[in-house]
Design a protein around this ligand. Structure first.
Ligand code: SF4
Length: 427
């Protein structure tokens, strides 16, 4: 009898492992799973918290691996050309039950494998059928398992307002991938999806977050609602949008919907669908990287998309970062006197980051800052020196053109650059 129980148990575990292999693999293309921004606390002697106990682990190419990141199901009624889970793709299909996901999460958490759950899904029968199950998983984790770890649920386009509301009560973060930056792109590659089915739930959650935050200021007992906010993901390079198109869309989502993060996911060729770029034309990580740099500059340095990418420059320069690109196009604003310039202007200097700017502002209260002071503050002087003056800084490069400055910075030193130029002229 004991043998029978064990045999059943092992066959059950094998099934779960087989499902896990399929559904974790299918989830790897979604990059919008950062667990930052939530402060859910451990309460009632429960398990886990999302405060300092959570550490974020990222793979080399920026994908987050600290969460149990799975699909609930890879069955999908839609046929998005860029997606491995699309209806027409001939792959093995499987689904977890609600209880299987709950058990897996708790087991993995107890073993210290994960800090939380990132749950997405193909659209099974319809949007509500799928979303209802995802909400049930989050609800069971919170109310039956007393799980206070991080939960990120992927919202299903077209899910009803009631389900979206319930999801907001149990999840730390909700995200709805807008996928294609433009409506044309969406019509071409994800013809079953309607932009409105994504925007309506995003708008609802934005409004409810504000409402709950306001109510919590008055009544502490009001529950948290999506405390880590919303995020979205844009696929880069599957259609012909420019970097400027993508950044414009991202800015609108930050402004209108108070998105916590927009993620940029370079299109990974997984299909020979003739609507897509040819296999082998994977978007370089560098393009993704430039978009993330620009995103950061917009959120923390006060740049606008029009400044970073004016209409005449639709793509970022692959050789230099967007901040340096902007500075080189605006040399008339430089050099800035490091001992006098406003913070808003210092933010624009290549080679000087937010942390260093705070040091500069503190330091100059006590006297004139010199080149040595700046170097000790960790400023990248090989970049910054072309755009600043400070006590004791000579100005050997003021008569250089922007191309020359770019070359010097790229080469790292004038000697290397001249050698590089010489070699270029030889070939
Ligand atoms: S709806 Fe989502 S899971 Fe289904 S094919 Fe489209 S992107 Fe893939």
């Amino acid at each position: 009898m004991l043998f029978v129980v064990n045999a059943n148990y092992f066959s059950f575990m094998e099934k779960i492992q087989a499902k896990l292999a399929i559904l974790a693999d299918a989830a790897k293309y979604d990059v919008s799973c950062s667990s930052s921004g939530s402060t859910r606390k451990n309460k009632d002697k429960g398990l886990g918290d999302t405060g300092s106990g959570i550490c974020h682990t990222y793979t080399e190419d920026g994908r987050c691996v600290s969460l149990l990141k799975i699909l609930m199901s890879n069955i999908c009624i839609y046929d998005c050309a860029y997606c491995v889970t699309r209806r027409s793709n001939d792959i093995k299909r499987t689904s977890f039950s609600v209880d299987e996901v709950v058990d897996l999460t708790m087991n993995f958490y107890r073993r210290n494998y994960i800090e939380g759950l990132f749950l997405s899904s193909g659209i099974m029968k319809n949007a509500d059928y799928t979303m209802e199950r995802m909400v049930l998983i989050a609800k069971k984790l919170r109310t039956e398992q007393n799980f206070n770890g991080y939960i990120h649920l992927k919202s299903i386009p077209g899910a009803s307002p009631d389900l979206m509301h319930a999801a907001g009560l149990y999840a730390d973060r909700l995200s709805m991938n807008i996928e294609m930056p433009t409506n044309e792109g969406l019509r071409l590659l994800a013809p079953d999806k309607k932009r409105e089915d994504m925007i309506v739930p995003i708008r609802q959650i934005t409004n409810e977050i504000t409402q709950y935050q306001d109510e919590r200021k008055v009544l502490r007992k009001v529950p948290t609602f999506v405390p880590a906010g919303q995020s979205t993901q844009v696929i880069v390079g599957a259609t012909g949008e420019t970097d400027r198109d993508i950044m414009k869309v991202a800015s609108a989502f930050y402004d209108k919907f108070k998105m916590k993060r927009v993620y940029y996911s370079g299109y990974v060729p997984i299909s020979n669908d003739n609507r897509l770029p040819a296999l082998g034309s994977q978007v370089p990580l560098l393009r993704e990287n430039r978009l993330y740099q620009a995103d950061w500059l917009q959120r923390f340095y006060g740049f606008t998309t029009d400044e970073l990418l004016p209409e005449t420059i639709p793509f970022f320069d692959s050789e230099i970062d967007p901040k340096l690109g902007w500075a080189l196009r605006n040399m008339s604003l430089f050099p800035l006197d490091i001992n006098k310039a406003d913070k808003s202007l210092l933010l624009r200097v290549p080679g000087i980051g937010l942390h260093s700017i705070n040091k500069i502002i503190e330091g100059r209260k006590f006297g004139q800052l010199t080149w040595d002071h700046l170097k000790k503050m960790g400023i990248a002087m090989n970049r910054a020196k072309h755009f600043i003056t400070c006590a004791g800084l000579s100005e050997p490069t003021r008569d250089l053109t922007e191309m020359q400055i770019k070359g010097l910075i790229l080469a790292g030193s004038s000697g290397k650059f001249l050698l590089h130029q010489k070699q270029l002229s030889i070939f």
